[in-house]
Design a binder for this molecule. Structure first.
Ligand SMILES: [Zn+2]
Ligand SMILES: [Zn+2]
Length: 506
């Protein structure tokens, strides 16, 4: 497997532990670096490999030497290797420097990491990752994969991301150069300043579901100068989409939604050489998931429970913030409107997950995986007001929901008045009131919290292999496929029940 790009991601909590330890002497004004090890799990996208830094293993007495610089003793590495093997994780070596911002390496740094790389690959099966922290907490990072017999090569990471309460990204200038100011973006720059715009522009944003909401979200990103946008959707334009699908016209019926939107985004993008990637895939398939794992932020613009579940897993296991939103119209039996709600929120460790927020029901995921949601006779048997039957939507509602999603994203990146989390927002069309809930959290039984930061090693199969039909249908699915699917679902729920019981008794 060859990956062109590398990145590291961690939660605000992990970053805080690292800063406290690595900068402890420097903050007291002492000319003393420090070091420590951490454990990580791989997160493999289509073109990018990310290390999800999960757990810091701080040194105890007689495990390191401090001499202005810092060096670890063999017993420290032995203890860390044991921890890594028992947790099925890789090892990262971190140290601090005396200047702020992204950090390069001294000759000694290179020698230490290069000579440590072989034993770490041998013990964990994963390459060593080296990170260096500047005095302001900024981090640089590199992977040390084996490229030949006894040959290890340094591969710099384009970015190191901190997510959760914070959203901080340190970019490597060489791999992710600062965008140049453009007259076209003058008003955007003046809204939040150069620094925030330079972060925003370099975030790889993924839009999952390019329907009424997704198309508007994607358009907003392109206009705001975002350089890399991935569109992920396997669906094609149908006649009944035309009342609310931003970029589509009658001529586009039958074309992929990604292609229709992508064509326009390339024209409207304000970034130089905007990279709009089209993935005619479902995020519930292996390849669709991999496309999503290349992104720094994802927008969940899907209307089905299964892709929401996949994105929820991505937010918690792979630490990619998922901005989720949707529209919910309530109609009276006589056909008049009772009300409508739309809203937006971000799923990421530290905030509530989509399952705990009630944004999808795992029971409905099972129905969808069995293909029942594509079975008209099954849908017809559901009560008139069942959530799975309703698909009313209007361009104006989608516009408002997309706006709320974009503002959730901007809050996280730009932090107006220092606030990065405006809470779970719900707008009520009838009363014109907006609820904003900053206190919602996951339940104690939350599976996604339990397996936070596990990356590719999240223990449940939430996606299926690519070779299965993109749209699973009950008819035409061979018996063995149905059987395999039901066994998987059974295992999934058994896993859930097992972990719940474990916690209850413990
Ligand atoms: Zn150094
Ligand atoms: Zn949860």
């Amino acid at each position: 497997m060859s990956s062109a790009d590398y990145s590291v991601v961690m939660t605000s909590e992990v970053a805080a532990v690292l800063r406290r330890h690595l900068l402890q002497h420097i903050r007291k004004g002492e000319p003393q670096e420090d070091l420590c090890f951490a454990l990580w799990k791989p997160s493999t996208g289509e073109t990018r490999t990310t290390a999800v830094l999960k757990e810091v293993v701080l040194p105890v007495a007689n495990e390191r030497r401090l001499h202005g610089g810092a060096s670890f003793l063999p017993n420290y590495l032995d203890r860390v290797a044991e921890a890594a093997m028992s947790r099925n994780a890789g090892i990262a070596l971190l140290h601090s420097h005396f200047t702020p911002g992204w950090q390069g390496m001294s000759g000694e740094d290179v020698d230490t990491e290069r000579s440590t790389a072989p034993s770490i690959l041998g013990e964990t099966g994963l390459p060593l990752i080296g990170l260096t922290m500047g005095t302001d907490g900024a981090l640089s990072a590199r992977f040390w994969p084996r490229v030949g017999r006894r040959e290890y090569e340094r591969r710099w990471c384009g970015s190191v991301r901190v997510v959760g309460d914070d959203f901080d990204v340190t970019f490597m200038e060489e791999l992710a150069p600062t965008p140049k100011f453009k007259e076209m973006l003058k008003r955007t720059y003046s809204a939040w300043g150069e620094e925030k715009q330079h972060t925003l522009a370099r975030l790889h944003c993924g839009v999952v579901g390019v329907g009424s909401v997704g198309a508007i979200v994607a358009e907003s990103l392109a206009r705001m100068g975002v350089e890399t946008i991935s569109l992920i959707d396997f669906d094609t334009v149908e006649e009944h989409n035309l009342d609310r699908l931003l970029h589509a016209s009658v001529d586009d019926i039958g074309r992929f939604k990604t292609d229709v939107a992508g064509e326009q985004l390339r024209k409207h993008a304000t970034a130089d050489d905007a990279d709009v990637r089209l993935n005619r895939k479902s995020v519930t398939r292996e390849s669709g998931l991999r496309a999503a794992l290349d992104c720094d932020v994802l927008f969940s613009c899907v209307d089905r429970p299964w892709p929401r579940q996949v994105l929820n897993m991505v937010a918690f296991a792979h630490h990619i913030p998922v901005v989720d939103g949707g529209v919910h119209v309530r109609v009276k039996p006589d056909g008049s409107i009772r009300g409508a709600e739309w809203g937006a929120h971000v799923a990421i460790p530290g905030r509530a997950c989509l399952e705990c927020l009630g944004q999808f029901d795992p029971a409905n995921v099972t129905l969808e995986r069995q293909g029942l949601l594509d079975d008209p006779t099954y849908i017809e048997r559901l009560p008139e007001d069942h959530a799975l039957r309703r698909n009313e939507n209007v361009f104006g509602f989608a516009l408002s929901a997309s706006g709320m999603m974009i503002c959730q994203f901007l809050s996280m990146v730009v932090r107006p008045a220092g606030i990065g989390n405006p809470g779970v927002q719900t707008y009520h069309f009838a009363t014109g009131m907006m609820d904003s809930d900053v206190s919602s959290t996951c339940t104690a039984e939350c599976l996604y919290c339990e397996h936070m930061g596990t990356g590719d090693r999240f223990p449940f199969p939430v996606v299926e292999a690519d070779e299965t039909n993109v749209e699973p249908r009950v008819d035409g699915v061979p018996w063995w496929a149905k059987w395999r699917r039901s066994v998987r679902n059974w295992l999934w729920f058994w896993g859930r029940a097992g972990s719940d019981a474990g916690r209850g008794s413990g």
